[in-house]
Design a protein around this ligand. Structure first.
Ligand SMILES: Cc1cc2nc3c(=O)[nH]c(=O)nc-3n(C[C@H](O)[C@H](O)[C@H](O)COP(=O)(O)OP(=O)(O)OC[C@H]3O[C@@H](n4cnc5c(N)ncnc54)[C@H](O)[C@@H]3O)c2cc1C
Length: 464
C-alpha cells in the first residue's frame, strides 16, 4: 500500500486530494491519501462569512470563468446550480482625485477602440499620441523574460502604463510592474507582439467577436453561497474517503532511504512514499535543503488587507452606477481598490443595503496592513468619503490581513522555479511542490496545479 501525504488544505491541496482520490478509487490503486492542514479549517485563503443576509468573502471573491478548471470541479461536486456570473457595469480608475470610467474596449489597458480612448480624461494628448506609436513601432527582438512594466512602456508609453495598466495589474498582484515577469503573468501579450507587431492591432484581431444576443453576463464566476461552500463540499466528499488531519502543521520533512517521515506539530509523525507540498512558498521552503529553500525564498510576496463594510443604502449619497474602481499610484489615497460588491454580485447583499470591499497594501505600502482594525477603517472611510461621499460608519465591517499572501512572480520566475523542480526531482524523488507561489495565483490555476500533481502521483503509484 503506497501512502501519499498532501501538506496544505487550501484550494491547491484540496484539488490535488480530490483528483488523486478519484483516480485511486477508479483504478482501485493500492494507495491511501492523508491531507494535513495546519489550521482548524480547510480552504486557506478562501473564507466566506455569512451575516444578516450578506455573503462576505474575506479572500478571493470569484474566478475567471474562461479558465474552466474551477467550473469543472464545481460540476463534479454537483454544485453547478449554485454558480453565478458577475453583473457587468462601468469600472473606474481613480487617478489623482477623480474617478475616470475605464475606456470602453480597453483590454488589460490596451485600447482596442479609438473614440473612448481619445475622449478619456485619463491621459494627456501627449500620452494618447505616444500610445498611438504602438501602431508603427517595430516589434522588439528581446529574448527571454522582461518586466511587464518595461514591455508595456515600450509599446504604449509611460502614461498609459502608469494611469491604466499599472492600477489594473496592481489589483491582481499588489506588486510592482517594473519587477513582475511578463513570461509568468501575461505571456500572451509577447506572443501578440511577435505575431502582429502592434498590441492594439493584435488585440483587435484576437478578441472574440461579440456574441449575438449578447447578455450582460460578466466574465467572473462565483458560488451564490460563497466560495467556502466549495471547500465544505470538498471536505464532506473527501472526509469519507481519506484521512484529513486539521489543526496541526507539518514541521519537518525527513528523507529516509525509500520514503519520507513527516513530523507534525502535535508530536505525531506520518510515513509517506510520496508527498505533495501545497503550502505557501515560504512555509514550503522550510522543508528542504538550503539551495531549494533560498530559491523558493526568492519568490517575494506582498501583504494586503481587505476591508468589507456593510452600509445602509442611505450612506451613499450618489447612485453607484458601476462595479468599483482601482487606484493609480498617483492618487493620494490609502485604498488600492474598491469593489461595489452589492452591484457586482447582487446575491451578496440584502435589498436596501450596500456592501463595499476595499483593499489596502501594495509593494511599497505594506505597513498599513499591520495597523489596528480601527485605524485601517478610519483611513478607508476617510478615502471613501472624499472619493464617493460615503457618510458615517458601516453597520459592521471585517478587516482581514493577508500577510505575505500575494506571491510576486518577478522577472526570471519560471527559470527559478524550473531549477527548484529539477533539484527536487534529484534530491527529493516523490516530492512535488505546487500552489500559488509557483504555478499561477488564480483559483483555476491552483485547481489545475492540484490535478496535474495528482496525475504525476498516480503515475508513480502505478510504476512502483
Ligand atoms: C485577498 C486575496 C484576494 C484574492 N482574490 C482572488 C480572486 O478573486 N480570484 C482568484 O482566482 N484568486 C484570488 N486570489 C488568489 C487565490 O486566492 C490564491 O492564489 C489561492 O487561494 C491559493 O491557494 P493555495 O491552496 O495555493 O494556498 P492557501 O490558500 O494559502 O492554502 C495553503 C494552506 O496550507 C496550509 N499550511 C501552511 N503551512 C502548512 C504546514 N506546515 N502544514 C500543513 N498545512 C500548512 C495553510 O494553513 C493553508 O490552509 C486572492 C488572494 C488574496 C490573498
Amino acid at each position: 500500500m503506497k501512502r501519499v501525504v498532501i501538506i496544505g488544505g487550501g484550494i491547491t491541496g484540496l484539488s490535488a486530494a480530490f483528483s488523486l482520490q478519484n483516480k485511486i478509487d477508479e483504478e482501485q490503486l493500492p494507495a491511501s491519501v492523508t491531507l494535513v492542514e495546519a489550521s482548524e479549517r480547510l480552504g486557506g485563503k478562501i473564507e466566506t462569512i455569512h451575516r444578516d443576509g450578506f455573503v462576505i468573502e474575506r479572500g478571493p471573491d470569484s474566478y475567471l470563468g474562461r479558465k474552466k478548471s474551477m467550473t469543472k470541479l464545481i460540476e463534479q461536486l454537483g454544485m453547478e446550480d449554485n454558480l453565478v456570473h458577475n453583473h457587468t457595469g462601468q469600472a473606474y480608475i481613480l487617478h489623482g482625485r477623480k474617478l475616470h470610467p475605464m475606456p470602453e474596449g480597453a483590454v488589460m489597458g490596451i485600447p482596442t477602440k479609438l473614440t473612448p480612448f481619445i475622449s478619456s480624461g485619463l491621459f494627456s494628448m501627449r500620452g494618447k499620441a505616444r500610445a498611438g506609436l504602438d501602431l508603427i513601432l517595430p516589434k522588439s527582438d528581446a529574448q527571454g523574460d522582461q518586466s511587464v512594466g518595461a514591455f508595456f512602456k515600450r509599446r504604449l508609453g509611460n502614461e498609459v502604463v502608469e494611469n491604466l495598466i499599472e492600477p489594473l495589474l496592481s489589483g491582481i498582484y499588489a506588486g510592482n510592474i517594473d519587477r513582475i515577469s511578463l513570461q509568468s503573468t501575461f505571456p500572451q501579450f509577447k506572443n501578440i507582439e511577435s505575431e502582429y507587431r502592434s498590441l492594439i492591432l493584435g488585440m483587435k484581431q484576437t478578441r472574440p467577436p461579440k456574441k449575438k444576443n449578447h447578455s450582460s453576463k460578466g466574465v467572473f464566476m462565483t458560488l451564490k453561497t460563497g466560495l467556502s461552500s466549495l471547500v465544505e463540499e470538498l471536505e464532506r466528499n473527501l472526509g469519507k474517503r481519506m484521512e484529513i488531519k486539521k489543526g496541526t502543521a507539518v514541521t519537518h520533512l525527513q528523507k529516509g532511504e525509500n520514503d519520507y517521515l513527516l513530523q507534525l506539530e502535535d508530536g505525531s509523525s506520518i510515513q509517506a512514499d510520496q508527498v505533495i507540498v501545497a503550502a505557501p512558498g515560504r512555509k514550503a521552503g522550510s522543508f528542504f535543503k538550503k539551495e531549494i529553500r533560498e530559491r523558493i525564498g526568492n519568490v517575494p510576496a506582498t501583504s494586503v488587507a481587505t476591508i468589507a463594510m456593510a452600509f445602509p443604502a442611505s450612506a451613499i449619497p450618489h447612485d453607484l452606477n458601476g462595479t468599483g474602481f482601482v487606484v493609480s499610484k498617483k492618487s493620494p489615497y490609502t485604498i488600492t481598490a474598491c469593489t461595489w460588491t452589492h452591484q457586482k454580485w447582487p446575491h451578496t447583499t440584502p435589498t436596501g443595503s450596500v456592501l463595499l470591499r476595499c483593499y489596502v497594501g501594495r509593494e511599497h505600502e505594506q505597513a498599513i496592513v499591520e495597523e489596528s482594525d480601527a485605524f485601517i477603517l478610519s483611513k478607508v472611510l476617510d478615502d471613501l468619503n472624499q472619493i464617493m461621499g460615503v457618510q458615517g460608519k458601516p453597520d459592521f465591517y471585517y478587516v482581514t490581513r493577508w500577510r505575505k499572501a500575494m506571491p510576486q512572480y518577478i522577472v526570471g520566475h519560471q527559470e527559478n522555479i524550473a531549477h527548484v523542480q529539477s533539484l527536487l526531482e534529484k534530491d527529493y524523488p516523490g516530492v512535488q511542490l505546487i500552489g500559488a507561489s509557483f504555478d499561477g495565483i488564480g483559483l483555476p490555476d491552483c485547481v489545475v496545479a492540484g490535478e496535474k500533481a495528482a496525475e504525476r502521483a498516480v503515475k508513480m503509484i502505478r510504476t512502483c
